[in-house]
Write a protein that binds this ligand. Structure first.
Ligand SMILES: Nc1ncnc2c1ncn2[C@@H]1O[C@H](COP(=O)(O)OP(=O)(O)O)[C@@H](O)[C@H]1O
Ligand SMILES: [Mg+2]
Length: 269
C-alpha cells in the first residue's frame, strides 16, 4: 500500500467488528480511502453504514467491544493502532479533534462553558489561566458567539442548540488541531441555523487551513462545500473522488441511488 504524501489520514483495508468468536459481527469489510491535507472530505452513506464508528476509530475512541481485525489507519504516517493511551491523549485535541452530533450532550452540564474551554486549552498548551481565559474568549468570538465574556460564565443548558454547536466547535479548535472530524454537526438543528453553522464550519476550515472530515447525509451541503467525497455502504467504501466528478458522474449504483433519493438534483441531472 503506497501512501500519497499529501494524505494526512490514510485508511487502508480497515476491517473489524463487534463480539467474539461465533458472535463476531463484522462492521467494516476492508475500508480504504485517503484524506488530503487541507481538503474538506465528505463521508456520506445511509444510517448504519459505519460512518460514526469510522470517525471514532480515527480518534481512538471506538468502544472497547470493537475489534480491528485487519488493515490500518495512518495519521501523518503514524500507525494509529500502535499508539498508547497517553500518546492518544496528546494527539486528540492538539492534532485531531472531533465534533459530535449532539452538542449539548457532549458538553459538561455542571462546568461553565468558560471553564471547559480553559481546561481544554490548558490540557495541551503551556499557558497561564488568565492567558487561557483570553484564548477561550477569542475562540468563542471566532465561532461568532455574541457577548463571549458573559457567555463563558454560563452552562450548557443556557445555550440554544445552534449556540451549543458553536461552543463545541470552539472547544474542538482551541488547540489548533490539524484535522477536524465532524459527525453530522448540524443534524437536529433548525434548518435556518443548519446553514449558518455549516457556513461557519467552512469559513473556519478555510481560514485556519484545516483538514476536515465531514460526515453528513446532505448531498446539497457536500456539493456546495466539500472537495472530496467518500461514499460508504454497509461497512464498505463504494466510491471516492472529487465531489464534482462523483456527483456529476457517479460510477457506483449505490451512489446513484443516494443522489436520486436526495432532494439534491442540480448536479446529478
Ligand atoms: N457499540 C456498538 N456495539 C455494537 N454494534 C455497534 C456499536 N456501535 C455501532 N455498532 C454497529 O456498527 C454499525 C455502524 O454504526 P455507525 O458507525 O453508528 O453507523 P452510521 O454512523 O453510519 O449511522 C451499525 O451496524 C451499528 O449497529
Ligand atoms: Mg452516525
Amino acid at each position: 500500500m503506497t501512501r500519497d504524501e499529501h494524505e494526512v489520514l490514510t485508511v487502508a483495508d480497515y476491517a473489524g467488528g463487534f463480539g467474539q468468536g461465533e458472535q463476531y459481527v463484522e462492521v467494516f469489510h476492508g475500508v480504504s480511502f485517503g484524506v488530503r491535507r487541507g481538503a474538506l472530505t465528505a463521508i456520506v452513506g445511509e444510517t448504519g453504514s459505519g460512518k460514526s464508528l469510522l470517525a471514532l476509530s480515527m480518534m481512538g475512541l471506538a468502544p472497547e467491544s470493537f475489534t480491528r481485525t485487519a488493515g490500518s489507519i495512518h495519521f501523518n504516517d503514524r500507525d494509529l493502532s500502535a499508539l498508547r493511551e497517553d500518546e492518544w491523549r496528546r494527539l486528540r485535541g492538539a492534532q485531531l479533534s472531533m465534533v459530535f452530533q449532539d452538542a449539548r450532550a457532549a458538553l459538561n452540564p455542571v462546568i461553565t462553558i468558560g471553564d471547559q474551554l480553559i481546561d481544554a486549552c490548558r490540557a495541551h498548551r503551556k499557558v497561564t489561566r488568565p492567558q487561557a481565559a483570553e484564548i477561550a474568549e477569542r475562540a468563542l468570538r471566532d465561532v461568532r458567539v455574541p457577548e463571549p465574556r458573559q457567555r463563558m460564565r454560563q452552562y450548557a443548558h443556557q445555550f440554544s442548540g445552534g449556540m451549543a454547536q458553536r461552543v463545541m466547535l470552539a472547544l474542538a479548535l482551541i488547540c489548533e488541531p490539524d484535522v477536524l472530524i465532524l459527525d453530522e454537526p448540524t443534524t437536529g438543528l433548525d434548518v435556518t441555523i443548519q446553514a449558518d453553522v455549516m457556513e461557519l464550519i467552512v469559513d473556519l476550515a478555510r481560514s485556519h487551513g484545516l483538514t476536515v472530515c465531514l460526515i453528513t447525509h446532505d448531498l446539497g451541503v457536500v456539493a456546495e462545500t466539500c472537495d472530496d467525497i467518500v461514499v460508504m455502504y454497509q461497512g464498505q467504501v463504494r466510491e471516492t473522488g472529487g465531489v464534482a466528478d462523483v456527483l456529476a458522474g457517479p460510477q457506483d449504483s449505490y451512489t446513484r441511488r443516494l443522489i436520486a433519493a436526495s432532494s439534491f438534483t442540480e448536479v446529478a441531472a
